[in-house]
Design a protein around this ligand. Structure first.
Ligand SMILES: O=C(O)CCC(=O)C(=O)O
Ligand SMILES: [Fe+2]
Length: 343
């Protein structure tokens, strides 16, 4: 999503790039149980695994629009800290994914260094499930804001999870009870800075193609740069990648691999990446922010419906395995689950 004022004073998203045809779901209509909205949600989660969630007109959504605007400012201050200060909060993979990931610590698909930084703030510390991770003062002074943003996000994720479970004929709480915010998990609030790409000779990817490995991701961005792999297309062909046009007042929502696993492939997690931003936007640093919800650490990854192979791993074991593949450039280039769009 993006608070409307973030769209001021940035170069425009160009009109002449191929964009993904993403459906927009009204949060307010979803909450009201509107039949068409629910069906659209279900279809989006089966065919693309991505949709736009319009927060406007919903009380919680409105608060999140405000909070996102404030958090973007905090993210800029955070990422502008001196390098040596940021390194004091370096993540400790695979023991912990929390904290700062410097530029170049992962690879792109061409085996070159990535060009983004992120900073993961764990839900456990924010919820009091665990001591708060070490954070610099710019974050420490805004913990209540982060907590409020996270709680509102949890509310939205629970709503989506419940609707999807019901549509699949499962107990409505079957997903929410595997991702209770009060239980230890790998859920994070993530601040991302993808660096400007002014050099026309160097337009490599910022963040390698991947699928998210949790359940549901809520993403806020303002500049373009996010690309999704068109269903059925080859990741190695550049035409297969579609830009996502950020929409003011909307979150981009996508499903992760845990949802595919639990539903035996009935729902889809789609490959995506951060490319350079399109048009004149590539001359500007790009900030994005996400809540990446993961199952509880000890949640079973056993299938709840559908067909396919069960997993005996716990959610935490599963995530570590996937994160290591991502770090070494061996990330999945295939979307998982779902069904092809009707022609
Ligand atoms: O910043 C973005 O647009 C996408 C980030 C992303 O895919 C991730 O953090 O998993
Ligand atoms: Fe992602």
């Amino acid at each position: 999503m993006s608070p409307i004022r973030q769209y001021e004073n940035i170069p425009p998203f160009p009109e002449d790039v191929p964009v993904a045809d993403m459906r927009t779901i009204s949060l307010s209509n979803l909450r009201l149980g509107d039949k068409v909205t629910i069906e659209t949600l279900m279809t989006s989660c089966q065919e693309l695994g991505f949709f736009m969630l319009d927060l406007q007109g919903d009380a919680t959504g409105g608060l999140m629009i405000e909070e996102t605007g404030q958090l973007f400012e905090i993210s800029k201050a955070l990422m502008s800290l001196p390098e040596e200060e940021k390194y004091r909060y370096l993540h400790d993979i695979p023991k912990s994914f929390l904290g700062f990931k410097p530029r170049g610590h992962a690879k792109t698909e061409t085996d070159e260094p990535d060009r983004f930084e992120w900073w993961n703030i764990g839900q456990d510390g924010l919820m009091g499930n665990a001591p708060l991770q070490p954070v610099p003062p710019v974050i420490h002074s805004h913990i209540p804001l982060l907590q409020s943003f996270l709680k509102h996000g949890q509310d939205i994720v629970a709503l989506i999870s419940t609707v999807l479970a019901s549509q699949l004929g499962l107990p409505p709480d079957c997903f929410t009870r595997l991702q209770a915010p009060t239980k230890a998990s790998g859920t994070v609030v993530r601040f991302i800075k993808a660096f400007a790409s002014p050099d026309p000779e160097d337009l490599r990817t910022s963040m390698i193609h991947h699928t998210d490995f949790g359940t549901i991701t809520l993403l806020a961005n303002v500049l373009g740069g996010l690309q999704i792999l068109a269903p059925g297309k080859d990741a190695n062909v550049s035409d297969s990648w579609l830009w996502v046009r950020p929409q003011p007042g909307c979150f981009i929502v996508n499903l992760g691999d845990a949802m595919v696993q639990w539903t035996g492939g009935l729902l889809r997690s789609n490959v995506h990446r951060i490319s350079y931003a399109p048009g004149q936007q590539r001359f500007v640093d790009r900030y994005s922010m996400a809540i990446l919800v993961r199952p509880e650490r000890n949640a079973s990854m056993k299938r709840l419906t559908g067909e396919g192979i069960d997993s005996d791993l716990t959610a935490w074991e599963w995530e570590v395995k996937q994160a290591m593949a991502l770090r070494h450039g061996g990330a999945a280039v295939e979307s998982r689950g779902g069904k092809d769009a009707r022609k």
